[in-house]
Design a protein around this ligand. Structure first.
Ligand code: AMP
Length: 277
């Protein structure tokens, strides 16, 4: 496994590869969710490249960029065990030099949900992913269903800008009690960790109601909301039943839909989702 920082070195290595390249962009502090993406990339491609880069431009001013957990040596060990070929660890200086002034702004699908709660977040995400795609030039790129809106945004960008990269979506990996794995889960104290199971409970409730034939999205949102309100540590940012493609809120669930939510468990903001399709 080769670990490279400078962009010119990654490009030189990339040129020597033959066959398909599967690419997994991450911000590191890896867990089984990330590794599920890596495993699938390993099965489906001749070469696997993983990037580890905590992208400053996707964090808001009051968000946790400085405190975001980092543990590079452990990450590299995990990736070596998965048979990854190349790990790309770029520097801020090279990714965003002082004269940097080009941005990728995906409209419409970034307006709601995470985009509404985190202004500028998806501009940072789309820009860094476009840069990484240009540097790595993958055949396929792997993203988690955990960040469902991110998947919608990246697919839109790839189609709109004719990037010709296949986007593969991997199901959300969960802890045994249903909490979606996330690098941010380490911020949760014991009481908060228990309270955080309310996200999965609310999504299960949505799925159950939908399975039972409920088509009225507002009724499902209301029932999810009242379940969450029984958890004293949880504060709702949003609860959504939206069109799975456009992410517009639905009244009637008459097409593939996405149940999603963002909660604050005390100060820790967590997101999760479940497709209703
Ligand atoms: P991050 O390091 O948080 O930027 O995540 C890197 C990639 O891993 C993204 O495509 C995420 O959607 C994906 N990912 C994060 N957590 C999970 C999870 N629990 N299950 C599946 N994929 C995940």
């Amino acid at each position: 496994m080769q670990v490279v920082g400078p962009i010119f070195e990654l490009r030189a290595l990339r040129q020597q590869l033959s066959g398909t390249v599967g690419f997994v962009p991450t911000m590191g502090y890896l867990h089984e969710g990330h590794l599920a993406l890596v495993k699938q990339a390993r099965i489906e491609n001749s070469n696997v490249i993983v990037s580890i880069y905590v992208n400053p431009t996707q964090f808001g001013l009051r968000e946790d960029f400085g405190a975001y957990p980092r543990e590079l040596n452990r990450d590299l060990e995990l990736l070596r065990e998965e048979g990854v070929d190349i790990v790309f660890v770029p520097s801020d200086d090279e990714m965003y030099p002082p004269e940097f002034s080009s941005w990728v702004d995906v409209e419409k699908v970034t307006e709601r949900l995470e985009g509404a709660s985190r202004p500028g977040h998806f501009k940072g995400v789309a820009t860094v992913v476009a840069k990484l795609f240009n540097i790595v030039q993958p055949s396929r790129a792997y993203f988690g269903q955990k960040d469902a809106q991110q998947v919608v945004v990246i697919k839109r960008m790839v189609a709109d800008l004719n990037m010709g990269i296949e986007i593969v979506v991997v199901p959300t990996v969960r802890e045994s009690d249903g909490l979606a794995m996330s690098s941010r889960n380490i911020y949760l104290g014991p009481g908060e960790r228990q309270a955080a199971t309310v996200l999965f409970k609310a999504l299960n409730l949505a799925q159950q109601l939908w399975w039972d034939g409920e088509k009225d999205a507002e009724k499902i949102r209301r029932q999810m909301t009242s379940l969450i309100q029984k958890e004293p540590l949880a504060q709702i940012d949003y609860v959504s039943i939206a069109d799975a493609e456009t992410l517009e809120e639905l009244n009637l669930i008459d097409r593939p839909a996405l149940a999603s939510l963002a909660l604050r468990i005390r100060k820790i903001r967590l997101i999760d989702n479940m497709p209703l399709e």
